[in-house]
Design a protein around this ligand. Structure first.
Ligand SMILES: Cc1ncc(COP(=O)(O)O)c(C=O)c1O
Length: 404
């Protein structure tokens, strides 16, 4: 049997995040004590009222095929969410529901890209964006965004990236991996550039919307510049704030023609998100977010502790991010140092592998997010684990020898 894989699939690399998770798992299987700070999911449980709604949905017989891209009750709940939380007016016909935000993005890109179409992706970026663009025959145009600019895209960088082939810009705020949050002013400045290029569509990935700390305000592009709403796909979902990663519900608002095209694609792939999960999501969206208050306090405290501890380590510099549950420190200060096994650390991958092998701490190298010289630490884990991970990293760093 010929099982060679397609050119389409050959274009993409396996996810480096999964590679590090697999390696950590192997080390654990060999009996090593490994702390994994590489995960991208909340460590909190799905709220009880959402679980109860799922049980009720099963008992009520909501166990059959549904319509393609969201039951009417869920589309209504999403419309209410967009109106009350983001001041965005969408009709149910402008809403689509998928099996996670990931599928929304995949649907949008597959439904609109032709060979060679360009998609502007500010780096550091979430690992899947560029892979999805490549699968859809598009060309990812990666724009490195400086740490001094809090890793955010600036209007001049955007302007110089736009060409006649540009189809989409992907914006992610709060960001995975940096935790950076675009302010209203920053979004308005990007909007000024976009208004000069009416053919460019915009995906805003707002999946971390509610995970924001202190008095930082969340805003999204279609909200701050209503003239862009007609060409913006505002993406969100239940995974992060509602601790529903395994339930696989994402939703988006956008222009009706795009929403219809995405549904057409979904109708011939996964068809629809699980019926029970759709009912659970209705309960989630309609049920308020009081459960989030203690979680946000915990994330906030963890972030501050982690940043403090990492900055105590010679060779690591960690900025304070405003949202999500990641920090993205620089490790270039460790480059050139010699490990006890004789290896000189020369890249973020070397540093991350050294931390895994010597400290038993699993992290993700910046290279995975198109931004070498850094690494991502997830603080979706309890504070004691974070503290012992930092202590282990510190001890591993103390074993390194300066060579110059
Ligand atoms: C920036 C970003 N977008 C989208 C997703 C996917 O979310 P979902 O679980 O809804 O597919 C993730 C998950 O890690 C993410 O970090």
């Amino acid at each position: 049997m010929n099982t060679s894989i397609s050119d389409r699939l050959n274009r993409i690399q396996p996810s480096p995040t999964s590679a590090i998770t697999d390696r950590a798992r192997q080390l654990r299987a060999m009996g090593q004590d490994v702390i994994s700070l590489s995960q991208g999911e909340p460590d909190f449980e799905t709220p009880e009222h959402i679980k109860a709604a799922a049980e009720q949905a099963i008992r009520d017989g909501h166990t059959r095929y549904t319509v393609v891209d969201g039951i009417p009750e869920l589309k209504q709940a999403v419309c209410r969410k967009f109106k009350s939380e983001n001041n965005l007016d969408y009709q149910p016909s402008e809403i689509t529901v998928s099996s996670g935000c990931k599928q929304l993005l995949f649907n949008a890109l597959m439904a609109t890209l032709n060979r060679g179409d360009e998609v502007i992706i500010p780096a550091p970026y979430w690992v899947s964006y560029s892979a999805m663009v490549e699968i859809a025959d598009g060309r990812p145009i990666i724009i490195p965004c400086a740490a001094e600019q809090q890793f955010k895209l600036t209007p001049d960088k955007l302007e110089s990236a736009v060409t006649s082939a540009t189809r989409w810009l992907i914006l992610n705020s709060p960001s995975n991996p940096t935790g950076a949050v675009y302010t209203r002013t920053e979004l308005l400045a990007l909007a000024e550039v976009l208004l000069q290029h009416p053919e460019v569509l915009v995906i805003t990935d707002d999946i971390y919307e509610h995970l924001i700390y202190g008095d930082v305000e969340f805003t999204t592009l279609a909200q701050v510049e209503p003239r862009l709403k007609e060409r913006t796909l505002t993406c969100n979902g239940m995974s992060k704030a509602y601790c529903m990663t395994g339930w696989r519900i994402g939703f988006a608002g956008g222009p009706e023609s795009l929403i219809r095209a995405m549904a057409k694609l979904q109708s011939q792939s996964s068809f629809h998100p699980a019926s029970i999960c759709q009912h659970a999501a209705v309960a989630g969206l309609n049920g308020g977010r009081d459960f989030l208050v203690p979680q946000l306090l915990a994330y906030h405290e963890r972030r501050d502790t982690l940043v403090l501890e990492l900055n105590r380590i010679d060779g690591i510099t960690c900025p304070v991010p405003d949202g999500a549950f990641y920090v993205f420190p620089s490790c270039t200060g460790l480059f050139g140092r010699l490990a006890p096994n004789g290896q000189t650390l020369a890249s973020d991958t070397d540093v991350v592998n050294y931390f895994l092998d010597t400290a038993g701490v699993a992290l993700v190298p910046g290279r995975a997010f198109g931004f070498p010289g850094h690494f991502r630490v997830s603080y979706a884990t309890d504070i004691d684990t974070l503290l012992s991970a930092c202590e282990r990293i510190q001890l591993a760093c103390e074993k390194l020898i300066e060579t110059n």
